[in-house]
Write a protein that binds this ligand. Structure first.
Ligand SMILES: [Zn+2]
Length: 122
């Protein structure tokens, strides 16, 4: 079974902002359908498979070491460029807490910053 992530996107043909897209996480294929003009696009996503495999390996290694927070960071971080954001663990950022989590800083005008606390429930 394929896992698809559904989302809304801008139609490249008519500019309609609410076109449907579906991204297949397994093979990186993307599909777009515009409900306004009927435009349909099916793309084999341009995925850097070597880079992707490297990240997968890194995440897997952290996972095996039970470094779950770091694994989450590596996985998310890969989706954005260095100049867009920075991410540190609470420990790295010197956050005074016993919790585990991540500090996310975005390089936008507001310099938005978030803390994601990872709570172990079991
Ligand atoms: Zn359209």
């Amino acid at each position: 079974m394929m896992v698809g992530v559904q989302d809304r996107a801008k139609c490249p043909k008519c500019g309609y902002k609410d076109a449907s897209t579906e991204f297949q996480t397994r093979n990186g294929e993307e599909w777009l359908f515009c409900g306004r003009c009927g435009y349909e696009q099916h793309t084999t996503a341009v995925v850097d498979r070597v880079r992707s495999a490297k990240v997968t390996k890194k995440v897997k290694r952290l996972y095996n070491q039970k470094k779950y927070v770091e694994a989450i960071r590596e996985g998310v971080y890969d989706q954005l460029e260095d100049e867009d954001m920075n991410m540190s663990t609470f420990q790295e950022a010197g956050v005074l807490t016993n919790n585990k989590g991540l500090v996310l800083g975005f390089n936008n005008d507001n310099k938005d910053e978030f803390q994601i606390t990872v709570v172990r429930v079991r």
